[in-house]
Design a protein around this ligand. Structure first.
Ligand SMILES: Nc1ncnc2c1ncn2[C@@H]1O[C@H](COP(=O)(O)OP(=O)(O)OP(=O)(O)O)[C@@H](O)[C@H]1O
Length: 234
């Protein structure tokens, strides 16, 4: 059987990870024996051609989808061995998510949206909103607390999504093309913010992107092709 020990500072790891999709008579192998260790504060980019399986891998690492084979370890704990409730709890506490499209709730304010992981985790409203306010101020949105997503610019919405991802002080934030939907200057300022927060909070980042400029700002660039992950020397 596989060895599931991870380094002491591991925030997220996978071992012998495989993902197959059955498509009619065919079995597609999208991830073929992926092994990865992400340490505290580490920044990793995952790049690769369209359809290579980057989002699939990110979903496995985030516990949003189940591997066909292999294990994902969040802060050293094998999430497949947990019941749904414990897995959701661990995911809520240890991981944050940022997507290309912000996925903010339209009927809630920036303050409420960024507080959502805390409220879902059972935190008291006053504590959740104080933390949310602090984070929104940190991402430069102290003057937009009561705005709803439709009343915010694209860059502002992505900043709210980042504040929301950080609400629970997660060990690691997983990001899928976080600035892919933003114009050049806005993308630059959101990327600079992510790097600042990574340094300040020691939150690890795993970023899936086609943007090589963003990828090169990470500590490691990993390239996914033919189901395999390789250190890229871009
Ligand atoms: N539920 C599914 N059933 C069958 N095939 C799937 C399923 N989900 C994903 N795939 C296939 O897996 C492959 C990888 O998809 P994925 O979205 O992970 O790629 P990606 O590298 O993130 O691509 P892009 O850069 O275009 O976003 C694709 O060929 C896709 O069609």
């Amino acid at each position: 059987m596989s060895n599931l020990s991870v380094p002491a500072d591991s925030v997220l790891a996978c071992r012998d990870l495989h993902k197959f999709f059955v498509q009619g008579p065919e079995q597609l192998t999208i991830l073929n024996d992926i092994n990865l260790d992400i340490g505290r504060g580490e920044r990793i980019a995952i790049v690769g051609p369209s359809g290579a399986g980057k989002t699939t891998l990110l979903h496995m690492l985030g516990g949003l989808d189940t591997p066909s084979e292999g294990s994902v370890l969040v802060s050293g704990k094998d999430i497949a061995k947990m019941n749904d409730r414990d897995r959701s709890r661990l995911r809520n506490r240890e991981l944050g998510f940022v997507y290309q499209f912000h996925h903010l709730l339209a009927e809630f304010s920036a303050l409420e949206n960024a507080a959502m992981p805390l409220l879902i985790g059972g935190e008291k409203r006053a504590v959740a909103f104080a933390r949310s306010r602090e984070l929104l101020e940190r991402v430069g949105l102290g003057h937009r607390l009561e705005h709803r997503p439709a009343q915010l610019s694209g860059g502002e919405r992505q900043r709210v999504a980042i504040a929301r991802a950080l609400a629970n002080s997660p060990a690691c934030v997983l990001l899928d093309e976080p600035t892919g939907n933003l114009d050049g200057d806005t993308a630059e300022s959101v990327q600079a913010l992510l790097l600042e927060l990574n340094r300040e909070l020691q939150t690890s980042l795993v970023i899936v992107t086609h943007d090589m400029r963003l990828a090169r700002r990470m500590d490691r660039v990993l390239s996914l092709a033919d189901g395999q992950l390789q250190e890229s020397v871009a």
